[in-house]
Write a protein that binds this ligand. Structure first.
Ligand code: ADP
Ligand code: MG
Length: 676
């Protein structure tokens, strides 16, 4: 064993030579001087070339997703920061290496083009942004954004360069009056510096925005954690985005905007005193522009008034007028301790821009078929001084058109009772700062919180340590100025107690609402069954009574009275309402939508509702819409409209069922079965 060899050899070389010294001690294989000559700096590009799995480029399929994701995330960040409603086009093309391009499923090379209508990039910034790792505008500030590290798009470019040798191509324009610039850049991995292969002004039809083209080695496969799934999930959490997706093997897909308001622009904040570590404090003391410690505390941190700063200095025994640069060693430590023991207000939360209950509902409703939807936005909380907001949502059920045959499954199960045929487990969709997280589910705090929630309390069956069973999609979003990812590839949220607790609270609230919905619906179903039995006998009873009375009974009146009794004894109007027979709202269920065969109740997204009305009043001639996107749900509301404009056939978009069950894209679009 190598370890043994090593252990044995060391003492051999060390002892001082004995007087006899028959043989000279073995020369150590390497001397410190030799080792010294081998020491070299490692450039970050070289590091990440060797460790590209850290950035999400472990295999060709994931690499394709990562490249699309980095480009789309940047496009959305840029648009939102500039106050522009995003309009993004994602194009994937299979490329043949010299030969004609093979079909997408067999291709190993792809060209990815992502175009946005964002603010554009000034000319001299284009090369470092796309061909220098750790270069960006978001790292040094505390503000919620999708990107953080400045290692997104440049890493994607580097991966393309490594696998195909092709440079990144960029077109960018900052206004209709400015020219469009075209660049081809590569990264010099030794120096981590950009190399410009081509730069020129070109004619470009777009008045403003950025287009980036990457050629990479990749694999295109649908299903879990695919580009398709990423885009579908992006739309759920970003209903304000218009997205056109040109997949390599399908018709163009257009996801329309269903929420026409930009999320409120988050503010940049200063670090909260509770959030920093001692080393950070020392660095800030060195870097500050303030001339006195009290001024430094008051101006470089959030929630710190001059009075509070003086109080902290006093507790620490440090003069408020001392020069920050002179505070080190024990006095810096005392200052650090004083900060931790002083009561300071929680950080401001206008640096966050949660999605909001309405928008989550709009997104879920749009993309996932179900009977019940709900959304919860928690109040802001803080971990390690960083403010964050947790949001959760639920889409439950199979949608009304399947309800008849499968009604039984929606019935809550008794504890211990299992549905042997129903192995379908809930699906968790996770987000951080509006970006879907598709890998490392098991390592993520949000997934663990879903497992730890006792869903049986809410009428959903669940085996120990497993996801709840049933047709359910669970949505969890964390918005923060700094999302604590477990790795650079940004796939899972680390487990801080505060974060876990907030996720659990949000999930419980969703669960309670789901439980209320299921209980009510089950009660309504059983009342309805009873009512049907009563009604079955009414005819008989009336007939018999009439016979007893020698045929002199006012049968119609008696029938009517008995019907009224049956109605009253079986929950009355309430039952109809719960079964969606009279269009009442989801009483007592805030931020929820209930879908029944008769219509939709609740916070229907306004754009969807408006769209539905427009669709309903437009000619009913256009029979089919087969693309996954905004239209499917609009039609729901229009059911009532539809009743009027009879005979219109509605076909559900593919996206809805596939987003529910991830890998099930092969299933035929269910809508085909739907009739007007
Ligand atoms: N489409 C775009 N439009 C405008 N600016 C962009 C675009 N893409 C990237 N940028 C800028 O380039 C920087 C670097 O991007 P990236 O390498 O993805 O790192 P990050 O997004 O983590 O900051 C971003 O911070 C942003 O300022
Ligand atoms: Mg980025």
């Amino acid at each position: 064993m190598p370890a043994q060899v090593h252990v044995l050899r060391v003492p051999k070389a060390d002892p001082p030579p004995s007087p006899k010294a028959p043989s000279p001690p073995a020369k150590p294989p390497v001397t410190a001087v030799e080792m010294g000559t081998r020491q070299r700096e490692i450039s970050v590009s070289e590091f990440f070339t060797k460790n590209r799995h850290l950035l999400g480029f472990d295999n060709p399929r994931k690499a394709l997703l990562t490249c699309v994701k980095e480009a789309v995330d940047n496009a959305l960040d840029a648009c939102e920061e500039a106050g522009i409603l995003p309009d993004v086009v994602v194009k994937l093309e299979a490329v043949g290496n010299g030969e004609p391009a093979p079909p997408a499923s067999q291709a190993t090379r792809f060209r990815i083009t992502v175009t946005d209508n964002g603010p554009g990039i000034v000319r001299h910034q284009i090369p470092p942004i796309f061909a220098k790792l750790l270069y960006g505008s978001k790292f040094h500030r505390l503000r919620m954004s999708r990107g953080q590290q400045g290692i997104g798009i440049s890493a994607a470019g580097m991966y393309g360069q490594l696998t195909t040798g092709k440079p990144v191509q960029i077109i960018s324009r900052t206004s209709p009056r400015a020219p469009a610039h075209y660049f081809e850049v590569q990264i010099d991995t030794k120096k981590n510096e950009p190399r410009i292969l081509e730069k020129k002004q070109i004619a470009w039809e777009a008045p403003r925005g950025t287009q980036v083209t990457l050629e990479i080695e990749g694999r295109y496969q649908k299903g879990r954690a695919s580009v398709d799934e990423y885009l579908e999930q992006t739309i759920i959490a970003n209903p304000h985005v218009k997205l056109t997706y040109l997949a390599p093997d399908a018709e163009p897909r257009e996801y329309r905007r269903t929420y026409d308001q930009l999320p409120p622009s988050p503010r940049e904040i200063k670090p909260h005193p509770y959030g920093i570590e001692l080393g950070m404090l020392l660095k800030m003391l060195q870097d500050t522009k303030s001339h006195a410690v009290s001024g430094f505390l008051a101006s470089d941190f959030s929630r710190m008034s001059p009075r509070l700063a003086d109080e902290i200095c006093k507790t620490a025994g440090v003069s408020p007028r001392a020069r920050p640069r002179d505070v080190h060693g024990p006095s810096a430590e005392a200052l650090y301790k004083a900060i931790q023991t002083t009561k300071i207000m929680a950080p401001p939360t206008n640096c966050l821009s949660p999605i909001g209950e309405r928008a989550i509902l709009a997104g879920l409703y749009q993309q996932i078929k179900g009977d019940f939807y709900t959304a919860v936005s928690r109040p802001p909380a803080v971990y390690r001084g960083n403010p964050f907001v947790i949001e959760a949502g639920l889409a439950y059920g199979r949608g009304p058109e399947q309800a008849d045959g499968q009604e039984k499954k929606a019935v809550p199960l008794a504890e211990g009772e299992g549905e042997p045929a129903d192995h379908e487990l809930a699906r968790v969709i996770r987000y951080a700062n509006r970006v879907p997280l598709l890998y490392q589910q098991a390592a993520c705090a949000s997934y663990k919180a879903v497992l730890d929630t006792t869903w049986r309390n809410y009428g959903v069956s669940q085996s120990r340590g497993a996801l709840p069973a049933g047709p359910m999609v669970i949505f969890v979003h964390m918005a923060s100025v700094w999302v604590p990812f477990t790795s650079e590839s940004k796939e899972a949220i680390a487990e801080y107690d505060e974060i876990r607790k907030e996720i659990t609270l949000a999930l419980r609230e969703c669960g309670r609402r789901l439980g209320a919905f299921l209980r009510r619906r089950e009660r309504a179903h059983s009342e309805n069954r009873r009512r049907n039995i009563f009604e079955l006998y009414i005819e008989e009873v009336v007939e018999s009574c009439n016979r007893l009375k020698g045929g002199r009974l006012p049968t119609a009146k008696l029938k009517e009275q008995l019907h009224r009794m049956a109605l009253a004894r079986t929950g009355g109007e309430k039952t109809d309402e719960l079964l969606g027979k009279n269009g009442g709202g989801p009483e007592g269920l805030p931020h929820s939508i209930i879908v029944t065969p008769e219509g939709v109740e609740g916070e229907l997204p306004t754009m969807v509702a408006a769209e539905a009305a427009a669709v309903g009043s437009a000619d009913g001639g256009e029979p089919e819409e087969t693309e996954g996107r905004a239209a499917p749900r609009g039609r729901k509301k229009d059911r009532r409209v539809r009743a009027a404009a009879k005979g219109r056939k509605v076909v559900r978009a593919k996206a809805a069922p596939s987003s529910r069950r991830g890998g099930s894209t092969k299933r035929p679009a269910r809508g085909g079965r739907r009739k007007a």
